[in-house]
Write a protein that binds this ligand. Sequence first.
Ligand code: SAH
Length: 254
Amino acid sequence: MNIPRIFNITESTHRIHNPFTPDKFATLGAALRLSAAARVLDLGCGSGEMLCTWARDHGIVGTGIDMSPLFTAQAKQRAEELGVAHQVEFIHGDAAGYVSNEKVDVAACVGATWIGGGVAGTISLLTQSLRTGGIILIGEPYWRQMPPTEEIAKGCLANAISDFLPLSELIASFGRLGHDVVEMVLANQDGWDRYEAAKWLTMRRWLETNPDDELAEEVRAKLTTEPERHAAYTREYLGWGVFALMPRFGLKQA
Ligand code: SAH
């Protein structure tokens, strides 16, 4: 079981597989006021940077599930490196339908909401693992500027303008799904550069050592076009953030 190989190539050196930088995850961890030994579940955890750093900085315990064997192995290695391997567990597998045995304080899906078939489905899935009073984290893109044409949306690698909402509407949609937005931390353009531009050097080095690989042509084409595409489209039009949600029905009426 694996994700398409191209991602394992282009993101092989990423610790964070989204436009967040380490300071953003630190800000989010502090914003959530995590208690020591809080239990965190992370579906599509990538290379485990959120769980590992929160284990180190806040004493949380956690489980991450990811479909990439490479990223899962990197997550385990990172946990060893940070001395938190006894606090965090990384499972290689499909997170679709995954519900934890023990209820968690924080249930997260950060940049992988297709796992639950979209934002609404992912919130439902995470809710099944969440203790009463717990927090759901959703990492999701939004339109920082509305693309004037469908072509521009495609330049951002969206299928259509309708794939994403502007920030205020994304926030409103969480309300319609019955959730309070209780915190948010947003990425910025520098963060997009860290996510996208870090792929370029990785691709260049990979091409130097794998000139005869079956994906060499595809990677060559991407390296040629991606910097300009990123600057013209993603960097300008796409925003990204992590939203902390709590179900409204869980709140006792005054
Ligand atoms: N949350 C991580 C990774 C985001 S990138 C971070 O912030 O760094 C999306 C991740 O979802 C990738 O690591 C990919 O391997 C993983 N993924 C994609 N489909 C998945 C699935 N069905 N089950 C589990 N993980 C999946």
